[in-house]
Design a protein around this ligand. Structure first.
Ligand SMILES: [Fe+2]
Length: 153
């Protein structure tokens, strides 16, 4: 696979992740978790922007259409059952996939250092997303009381 093709695939992967997060955020019933998921979704949006800009620098027109097929559809089904736990479980599966795909992309050959830097940075985001979701599931974060505190947003 050409490096350009690989970068384009990563853009599609991040686009899928944005859509999956949209579903998960809707399904989520806990404000604290929702906030975290929104921030992860924002990271994926940044990935799309950074990778698209990089592709343009390499003389390619990025394809940012969402063609949702394959990987995330099963997760959508899981999320459709609604609730914070199912949203987190679906996104754990998705983040395992995105983390693995970014890890594989670290080996990209014949790409500029700037491209490698972006892939490394995005991979670090993916590891962070996956770790947080695993932690939230381990600690059954949805069972914790979250009373509103005066003076806190
Ligand atoms: Fe992620």
């Amino acid at each position: 696979m050409t490096p350009i093709r690989s970068l384009q695939d990563l853009i599609h992967l991040d686009m899928d992740a944005i859509k999956a997060y949209e579903q998960a955020i809707k399904a989520c019933e806990h404000e604290k978790v929702k906030t975290q998921l929104r921030s992860f979704q924002g990271d994926h949006q940044r990935h799309v922007q950074d990778l698209s800009e990089e592709l343009r620098k390499l003389g390619e027109q990025p394809d940012v259409r969402t063609d949702l097929k394959g990987f995330f559809i099963e997760a959508f089904t899981a999320v459709a059952s609604h609730g914070t736990k199912s949203a987190l479980m679906a996104m754990r599966g998705n983040e395992q996939l995105t983390t693995a795909r970014y890890k594989a992309a670290l080996d990209l050959q014949d790409v500029p250092d700037t491209t490698k830097g972006i892939v490394r940075k995005n991979y670090a985001d993916e590891q962070r997303h996956l770790e947080w979701i695993k932690m939230a599931l381990d600690q059954e974060i949805w069972k914790q009381e979250q009373p509103a505190q005066p003076g806190q947003p």
